[in-house]
Unconditional design. Sequence first.
Length: 223
Amino acid sequence: MSENKKTEKVPVKILLIYSTFLYAAWSAVHFWVEPWIDSLENDVLSAAVIEGVFKNLIWTLPALILIHKYQDGLFVGLKEMFTPNKTCVKYLWVFPAMAAYIVLGLVLHGGSFAIKGTFGADDIIVVIFVGLTEELVFRGWLLNATERIGENKALAINAAMFLLIHFPTWIVSGAFVNNFVSFGFVSIIALSVIFGLMFLRTRNILVPIALHMMWDLLLFMWY
């Protein structure tokens, strides 16, 4: 990394503007757009529009533009984060480890390994786009741009922001209070840290994207 890249920084103003837009726009989609789409009673259409269209327009597209524009101030540049490297192989053990954790939880709670009858195309759409959009935005952009303040601080801030983006979904679904009473929110924080560490250690966004997709897929199939 050149000295220029070491001293270059993503302006805090840009991060604040992007974050404000992200939370405001995504909240608007959940509170006003999603109820109307859900009224059409087509789960596949709803998932495709919300996750495939709105989420990419609000989350991914602006983030990719900013990553390209400010990549000299990022921990990992745009091209490098999409290029597999030898370090990625070193962390492949995380995939079976996280899968084993889900399996263990299923066994302890007396669950079944049979695929749920409600699992369908809408779930697959969500798995694909959630993993892609959330990792590009929260790890590929926000964590990438704030790593300069120190790894631990950046991971903590990223985890708090990742938790906050789930609030509109929980409020609309009526699960907000339950996720705190049951300490379900802790899993969101833990996952953010794991995905973040995978990105920082491998310098590759494909690893946390694939890990996120695998996690969601197993949960949707069995839980």
